[in-house]
Design a binder for this molecule. Structure first.
Ligand code: NAP
Length: 202
């Protein structure tokens, strides 16, 4: 049984914090592969505030190109409607029925996913790896997860990633302000953003 990481995110844009998260998760949890899955329409964000999916997908492909353990999936961006993680995981379980799935994303996003609905069904399909910045209170997260955490303790894992000090929001603001994003994103992503004039307006 292969161990497959599913790296869920809006990736608007993808940055080194995301790449470090995937690599740390791969190493710590002995994942055979990490599949990056850019969201279609995230449920908690107005559609107009998210960059067109074709750009987010292509930036993710460019950023992951040099790591043989990383791949990119279009399942979320090709599915109509709002992107719910239960659909992402169900689709991928159908594609990889024999793999053990680990859904990797930011700790706060995991709280939203798990407390939304279908928690028991989700936890029956995959484990979760919550990425945290140093200083993040894992105890507080466990308390918020409450009885779910107590019942499914073995399905929750954590990875602390100092590079998560980088954030997509900050990168978008920097581009808008004409400030550099070099060393925050791979060079190819920096070029892609400039060439397509992304993040110029609010
Ligand atoms: P978000 O709310 O924009 O992000 C919350 C925090 O997590 C931010 O600090 C973000 O940093 C960080 N983050 C996001 N993806 C990450 C990743 N893969 N690795 C490390 N840190 C990450 O979250 P989002 O990107 O829209 O959604 C994350 C995933 O959760 C997506 O797959 C989305 O579809 C899913 N989701 C599902 C539901 C649901 O099913 N009800 C609800 C919410 C989210 P950056 O801003 O720098 O990325």
């Amino acid at each position: 049984m292969a161990r497959l990481g599913i790296m869920g995110g809006t990736f608007d844009p993808i940055h080194y914090g995301h790449l470090m998260t995937a690599e740390e998760a791969r190493d710590q949890y002995r994942l055979d592969k990490v599949l990056f899955v850019p969201s279609g329409h995230p449920p908690h964000k107005p559609e107009s505030s998210v960059t067109e999916s074709k750009h987010r997908y292509l930036m993710t492909v460019l950023a992951t190109l040099t790591n043989p353990a990383f791949e990119v999936s279009r399942v979320d961006i090709d599915r109509e409607g709002i992107t719910y993680t239960i659909d992402t995981v169900t689709d991928l379980k159908a594609l990889f029925p024999h793999d053990q799935l680990f859904f990797i994303t930011g700790a706060d996003a995991i709280l939203e996913i798990i407390t939304w609905k279908d928690a028991h069904r989700l936890l029956g399909l995959c484990d979760f790896i919550a990425a945290t910045r140093p200083g993040y209170s894992i105890e507080a997260l466990e308390t918020k997860l409450g009885a779910l955490y107590t019942s499914y303790r073995d399905c929750f894992h954590f990875v602390e990633v100092p590079a998560l000090a980088i954030s997509s929001t900050d990168i978008r603001q920097r581009v808008r302000a004409g400030r550099p994003i070099r060393y925050l994103v791979p060079e190819t992503v920096d070029h892609y953003i400039r060439k397509n004039r992304l993040y110029q307006e609010d």
